[in-house]
Design a binder for this molecule. Structure first.
Ligand SMILES: N[C@@H](CCC(=O)N[C@@H](CS)C(=O)NCC(=O)O)C(=O)O
Length: 219
């Protein structure tokens, strides 16, 4: 039995959820409330670093979302979500790493817009927009004429980038200047895995009130 410990608005856990759905696996979802649930001893026994996502498969614990995706691909290889050809595989890995190391941190200054909260830092937002533009230009080239990154079928790169880019749109950044990325993103949104794992407005509202509470505590 597979159990995924997750939080609805987190792109880190959503990428695992989508991979489970794309692979047609049976699994149980356990929501970890990030207002303290991650520090409960039973969760720390699974992930001592108190982060979601964490996956438990028949007693085997896996943490770190990219490691979880590799585990799922190796253990449940059908459908195949990692190309074998060297350049295609490298494109997938580049997109995964750029998404996590460049794009995701650039979203942080946009959080106030994504969640409709006060306190936007305009200087940080301008820097974030410049970084996001660099990433989107890079992705536009990497997509080329293919429907997915490095493949004609969905890959683990699409799952990683495709759970972050919708948040950028929610943060008010248009994809119009990047027609290939825009078409790729629209196509992903039609997949049942994306539709069934989308965070509800109630989940965004809960995340927002947790953020506001944390900001109050820091004052
Ligand atoms: N590198 C980790 C990052 C996971 C992560 O940052 N998770 C956040 C939510 S998006 C979390 O659990 N935060 C709560 C905490 O660290 O206490 C991964 O990719 O799995």
């Amino acid at each position: 039995m597979i159990t995924l410990y997750h939080t609805p608005v987190s792109p880190n856990s959503r990428r695992v959820w989508i991979t489970l759905l794309e692979k047609g696996l049976e699994f149980e979802l356990v929501e970890v409330k990030l207002n303290g649930g991650q520090f409960k001893p039973e969760f720390l026994a699974i992930n001592p670093f108190h982060h979601i996502p964490a996956l438990v498969d028949d007693g085997f614990n896996v943490v770190e979302s990219l490691a979880i995706l590799d585990y799922l691909e190796a253990k449940y290889p059908t459908p195949n979500m990692l190309p074998k050809e060297v350049e295609e595989l490298t494109i997938v890995r580049m997109v995964q790493m750029v998404s996590v190391n460049e794009l995701l941190p650039a979203i942080n200054p946009l959080i106030s817009r994504i969640l409709d909260m006060p306190g936007e830092d305009t200087e940080k937002v301008a820097k974030a927009e410049a970084k996001i533009s660099t990433v989107l230009t890079f992705f536009e080239k990497l997509l080329g004429d293919r429907p997915y990154f490095g493949s004609d079928n969905i890959t683990l790169a699409d799952v990683v980038a495709g759970t972050i880019i919708p948040l950028i749109s929610r943060g008010g950044i248009s994809l119009d200047e990047y027609p290939k990325v825009s078409a790729w993103c629209k196509n992903l949104m039609t997949r049942s895995s994306w539709q069934n794992s989308a965070a509800t407005e109630a989940a965004f509202a809960e995340f927002r009130s947790n953020m506001l509470a944390r900001m109050q505590q820091k004052k």
